[in-house]
Design a binder for this molecule. Sequence first.
Ligand code: SF4
Length: 61
Amino acid sequence: MIKGEIPSPTNPPSGCFFRTRCPLAVKDCAAAEPHLTEVSSNHRAACRFAGELFARRLTAA
Ligand code: SF4
C-alpha cells in the first residue's frame, strides 16, 4: 500500500502529481511537473530522477 495523501484530481498539487505519496520526493518536485523521459526502448517515466533510478536498478542486479 502506498502511504501519503491521495492528490485531489480537482485541485492537484503543484509540480509532480505523485509527490504527496512519493518516498523520493524532494523540494524541487513541487516546483515543476516532470517531463516524460525515455529510460529504455518502449519505456518512459515521468520523474525527475527517472534516468538515474533506472540506471541504478540496472547496475544493482
Ligand atoms: S518527480 Fe519523481 S521523485 Fe519527485 S515526486 Fe515525482 S515521482 Fe517522486
